[in-house]
Design a protein around this ligand. Structure first.
Ligand SMILES: O=P(O)(O)OC[C@H]1O[C@@H](O)[C@H](O)[C@@H](O)[C@@H]1O
Length: 295
């Protein structure tokens, strides 16, 4: 069955062998198995910690959590009651429809609307749609954010990011092209240093050290390469990209991170995280991430 609707998740199966699993909790993609142009064998492309909770008790440590309406700790007054990375990753979404079901793609749409728990902390009108499309060697995740206010106000101001955990050996992985792009280094010890932009000097970025960099106005298409693999991350309307790997220094303190988990992934997260998208009533914004297995 190309779209298998289970009680807590949706499983997509493409006729050419790739598959994906999406938890309704957080609309979190927790598996993407795909071959590539050079190997037809579907292999897991995403990392999920073996200690991750998949029962809706906390955001999933791995896969592709959806970050909305704030990235990191809230910095906007409208978000002040929210926790780190907002609520989209810790609410249960609804399956709206099967959008497409053929060789070009197997695609479903999930939705999230305000509920009591959310409005207590965030009272702006919104409607979220998340379209996940599986192709032979590709996974597309499109986040549609609508301000459902009947008049132009209130404005919906938000940040959004698709927090992929790409399965790759972090000792080897290189990310390009980020040379010359300015970034904010969240590993710095003081607020002053964290808010002072640096310029990336490296032609290829590695994550051998603890890395938590938010690149601003980045190119929008990135190659993540290691000796036996390559994944392309392509972004539309996500002007920034966050490169994160905690390494042992920080990873060993993350409760739901499996031992040595930081050696098995890199996050190259397309987002709108510097500044805020501002939507008037009736307007919609769409941010897209396309992951392609190249090797
Ligand atoms: O532990 P969380 O809330 O899932 O966040 C994981 C990481 O997510 C990254 O996107 C942030 O840049 C990091 O600062 C953060 O530590």
């Amino acid at each position: 069955m190309p779209v298998d609707k289970q009680s807590d998740r949706i499983v997509l199966n493409h006729p050419k062998g790739s598959s994906a699993e999406i938890l309704l909790y957080g609309a979190t993609v927790i598996s993407w198995k795909s071959g590539s142009t050079s190997s037809s064998l579907p292999t897991e492309r995403l990392f999920v910690s073996s200690k991750a909770a998949l029962d809706g008790s906390k955001p999933v440590r791995g896969g592709i959590p959806v970050v909305f309406p704030c990235f990191g700790a809230p910095t906007h007054p409208d978000h002040s009651k929210l926790s780190q990375h907002g609520f989209a990753r810790s609410e249960t979404w609804s399956l709206d429809s099967v959008v497409m079901d053929n060789e070009a793609g197997v695609s479903v749409k999930l939705t999230l609307d305000p509920n009591g728990r959310v409005t207590e902390k965030f009272d702006k009108p919104f409607h979220l749609e998340y379209v996940v499309t599986l192709a032979e060697h590709q996974l597309s995740t499109d986040l549609h954010v609508k301000n459902t206010a009947q008049s132009t106000t209130p404005t919906l101001e938000f940040q959004a990011l698709l927090h992929n955990y790409i399965r790759a050996p972090s000792e080897e992985v290189l990310i390009t092209p980020l040379q010359g792009v300015s970034y904010y280094d969240k590993t710095e010890s003081t607020e002053e240093l964290r808010t002072h932009p640096k310029i990336e000097q490296r032609s290829a970025v590695d994550v051998k050290k603890f890395t938590d960099f938010a690149y601003e106005n980045a190119p929008g298409k990135y190659e993540v390469t290691w000796s036996s693999g390559k994944v392309e991350v392509k972004a539309t309307n996500f002007k920034d990209v966050v490169v994160w790997n905690p390494q042992q220094e920080v990873g060993s303190k993350i409760g739901d991170m499996e031992d040595g988990g930081w050696e098995r992934y890199v996050c190259v997260e397309p987002g709108y995280v510097r500044g805020f998208v501002k939507l008037e009533g009736g307007q919609t914004w769409v941010g897209q991430q396309v992951l392609t297995a190249k090797l």
